[in-house]
Write a protein that binds this ligand. Structure first.
Ligand code: SF4
Length: 240
């Protein structure tokens, strides 16, 4: 219990400060320009954020599970150089593929990537199935990766929510959110055109500014409408 309370205090969540979801969406929508401007200046430029197609997105997401982006970046470049096309990883000795994932401590991920890629080639003719249920049937593809693919590759209205986004939206709304609640807020707040860029910007904002232990609120583009920051300014004690 104590640990849970400690976590909530670290997160800055206090039921007194909770407000309703409609208001959270509205405040987020009004912050759109500020969030995007912040991202243009400070966002991280990872290679998988460009036009890399389903293959590049899939490689990156398999590498990013429990690996910091900065660490995965170098291995991503090496991997794509070695296997520039998906059919190569199906026809080569698996050990050659695994060795890249071993470098980042995720050798078993390589097998799942090989299985997912080869299934897309053999079962779907090399086209990603733009359907949540079918994506979840691919080896190693959980809710998060399915949503990333639907959003970034298929252009569908899906948010992909990692721990950075749960934290930032929990603080922003003053309510401890689940992953699903955070996804719903983003999907409701933004149009399909804005959803993916805002989603990516918030991942970076959570990672670089709204940090787990101590957020740098004064550098944050949404501080004026963030429940956590406004509450702190008004005397709420969020940290012990
Ligand atoms: S102002 Fe920004 S950094 Fe501070 S808690 Fe709110 S979202 Fe996080």
């Amino acid at each position: 219990m104590r640990a849970i309370l400690g976590f909530l205090i670290d997160l800055g969540v206090d039921s007194v400060t909770s407000d309703n979801m409609g208001s959270v969406c509205e405040r987020l929508r009004r912050s759109r320009e500020k969030i995007l401007n912040w991202f243009r200046k400070h966002g991280r430029r990872f290679p998988w954020r460009g036009e890399v197609g389903w293959y590049g997105v899939l490689i990156a997401e398999f590498m990013l599970i429990r690996t910091r982006s900065e660490v995965a970046e170098r291995t991503f470049y090496e991997f794509v150089r070695a296997f520039p096309k998906p059919d190569l990883i199906c026809s080569t000795d698996h050990k050659e593929v695994v060795k890249y994932f071993r470098k980042i401590g995720l050798p078993t991920r390589a097998e799942r990537l090989i299985n997912a890629v080869c299934t897309i080639l053999s079962k779907y003719g090399g086209e990603i199935p733009c359907d949540y249920r079918k994506l979840r049937e691919l080896p190693g593809v959980g809710d998060y990766i399915a949503r990333v693919l639907l959003s970034r590759v298929c252009g569908k209205h899906y948010a992909f929510v990692d721990s950075n986004i749960v934290r930032i939206l929990s603080r922003f709304s003053g309510k401890l959110l689940s992953t699903l609640e955070a996804a719903r807020i983003l999907e409701e707040a933004f149009t399909s055109k804005d959803l993916t860029p805002i989603n990516i910007a918030l991942i970076d904002l959570g990672s670089l500014v709204c940090k787990p232990k101590k957020p740098y609120c004064l550098e944050c583009p949404v501080k004026e409408v963030c429940q956590f920051h406004v509450g702190s300014q008004n005397g709420f004690q969020y940290f012990s």
